[in-house]
Design a protein around this ligand. Structure first.
Ligand code: ADE
Length: 248
């Protein structure tokens, strides 16, 4: 069983509708979240919305592991671009994840999860490779159309560090502070590293894929809102359907 999670419904695209069309689904409500179990493009999956933030994400990952007995978790959604090379419409597949707002210094080094002796959590290589291939295939099929629609440069797939925190980053100062302390950070969001920490603690493979909705600057709130309503679902549906079919 694969756990598939997003924060918000727009970030799941058509996945639940596709599961309903493919056959019987079962919905279990737990901790104020609906978990939908069924066939997702040929893969047995449980799909849910974590809502926003690290606590919400960690609680959801914990339920997926302990109640639904998932073998792996994939998180999909949008993120703010942090690295100068990462543009709106690009896709980032996490190789490692870190909580950028975790700071128990001077007791522990900044970003380190106290008593775990770790600040960076690795995404599972096999799942991440398959996601990156699905992203490349999606952009090969849809990249021209997406570029025309957004008038941005042709979207690209990046792989590397994704940072998470309980803040929507939307200012030049905060963006540049993040770039200063974490020069290899590609994207910022609010859940991925929490999922990665829980999965590490329980030995469950996880992967995170994020489409860039904004560049974490003063224009981020408007860019995020427009991207989320207009296009995030197209990306998620296109990526997840290709990824899931490749697992069958
Ligand atoms: N998710 C999408 N854009 C984001 C941003 N700028 N900060 C945090 N999370 C985000």
């Amino acid at each position: 069983m694969l756990g598939i999670v997003a924060a918000l419904p727009q970030e799941l695209g058509d996945l639940i509708a596709d599961m309903r069309a493919a056959g019987d689904i079962e919905t279990v409500t737990l901790g104020q979240r609906d978990y939908t179990i069924g066939d997702a493009h040929g893969v047995r999956a449980v799909v849910t919305l974590a809502r926003i933030g690290k606590v919400a994400a960690a609680a959801t990952a914990s339920a997926l592991i302990h109640v639904f007995d998932v073998d792996a978790i994939v998180f999909t959604g949008v993120a703010g671009g942090v690295h100068a090379d990462v543009q709106v419409g690009d896709i980032v597949v996490a190789q490692t994840l870190l909580q950028h707002d975790l700071d128990a210094s001077p007791l522990f080094p900044r970003f380190e999860v106290p008593l775990l002796d770790k600040s960076r959590f690795a995404a599972a290589a096999g799942l991440s490779d398959a996601l990156a291939l699905a992203c490349e295939a999606f952009l090969a099929d849809q990249g021209d159309a997406l570029q025309n629609r957004f008038a941005v440069v042709r979207p690209r797939v990046h792989r590397g560090l994704v940072v998470s925190g309980d803040r929507f980053v939307a200012s030049h100062d905060e963006l540049h502070a993040l770039r200063g302390v974490l020069p290899d950070a590609l994207a910022v969001e609010m859940e991925g590293a929490a999922i990665a920490q829980v999965c590490f603690e329980y030995g469950v493979p996880c992967a995170v894929v994020r489409t860039i909705s904004d560049t974490a600057d003063a224009a981020a709130p408007a860019s995020f809102t427009e991207f989320l309503t207009a296009i995030a679902g197209t990306y998620s549906s296109g990526i997840l359907s290709r990824f899931l079919r490749s697992r069958v």
